[in-house]
Design a protein. Structure first.
Length: 315
């Protein structure tokens, strides 16, 4: 049985992140082609019961309710979180803090294991370049969110995931001071091509000159040599509990680097852990021994490595 589930509960995000699959879709207008969809509690109940009844997931599975979209935009979020608590399921949530969820119907939050706030810097200038939000409002939303969650019994891990770009290095100390003031830990990582289509072309050397020129003005690439040089060490360090990745429409997708457009099948068409595992085994077999996928895995999982030490900041 799978102990962890990664999934979205809607198909919209309010950010315009340049190096993100969804952010690019927002920037180009591609995402506007699709009507908004918000998973409701009955749908989540059907999903959870199916995976429990067919022993696809463990009874206390950890749901990471984020992949490509912003969970606070879903008006049913509080109900889904309440359902998880009532049924012994655990929660990990990520938010860009562009807005606050509706806390009015939210119950006890002791089942929430963690919440992370994704930040592209610590100034209005950085937010203008990446997320496109009002920076002061973001800070207030983080304060409000933590106040409301703690008031409801949240005692889990809460932290800022600070994305390091070439333009925001000097802002990390301000982020650390803010994190301390709200009682959050700071975790800094190098920004990367997050499913946005440049990942593989860059590694294969086929990224266009114009795209490469643009990326090298903002993203750091030097650490990739370290990752590849000590690949075996990092592959061992990045090992995770076995997990399944679902889209907001309850479709099985190959992994966290893709969305529903890469769907394989509906989870409702699979009736055992073994059937789900066979799907993933088949996908892995199709990749064969192409070393590019190991490099992609390393880069995509480098978010686990805190870069705080580069600034003399404790992890």
């Amino acid at each position: 049985m799978y102990p962890e589930i990664y999934m979205d509960i809607l198909n919209k995000c309010n950010a315009r992140c340049k190096y993100c699959l969804t952010g690019q879709a927002n920037r180009t207008g591609y995402s506007s082609r699709f009507p908004a969809y918000y998973m409701d509690v009955p749908t989540f109940d059907r999903l959870a019961r199916h995976m429990l009844d067919h022993q696809i997931m463990t009874p206390d599975a950890l749901f990471h309710i984020y992949n490509w979209y912003e969970p606070t935009l879903n008006p049913h979020l509080a109900g889904i979180l309440n359902y998880m608590r009532e049924h012994g399921l655990r929660v990990d949530m990520s938010t860009n803090a562009g807005r606050c969820m509706d806390f009015s119907g939210l119950g006890d939050c002791g089942h929430m294991e963690s919440i992370l706030f994704s930040m592209p810097g610590f100034s209005q200038s950085s937010y203008d370049r990446i997320h496109g939000f009002d920076f002061e409002q973001v800070k207030q939303n983080i304060r409000t969110t933590m106040k409301e969650l703690r008031r409801r019994g949240f005692k889990g891990d809460a932290y800022i995931n600070f994305h390091l770009y070439q333009f925001n290095l000097g802002e990390i100390y301000g982020a650390k001071a803010f994190a301390d003031s709200v009682g959050l830990r700071l975790h800094s990582i190098f920004a990367y091509f997050n499913g946005s289509g440049e990942f593989e072309p860059y590694l294969r050397g086929t990224l266009s000159a114009e795209e490469m020129k643009d990326a090298t003005r903002e993203i750091f690439f030097g650490h990739l040599y370290e990752l590849e040089k000590h690949a075996e060490k990092y592959l061992e360090q990045f090992v995770e509990p076995e997990s399944i990745t679902l889209s907001e429409f309850c479709n099985v997708i190959p992994g966290r680097g893709c969305n529903d457009e890469s769907k394989v099948c509906s989870i409702f068409d699979l009736h055992s852990y073994e059937e789900v595992k066979a799907v993933y085994d088949s996908l892995a077999a199709k990749r064969g021994n192409d070393p590019i996928y190991r490099q992609i895995h390393l880069w995509a999982h480098s978010y686990k490595l805190s870069m705080n030490h580069l600034f003399g900041i404790p992890d």
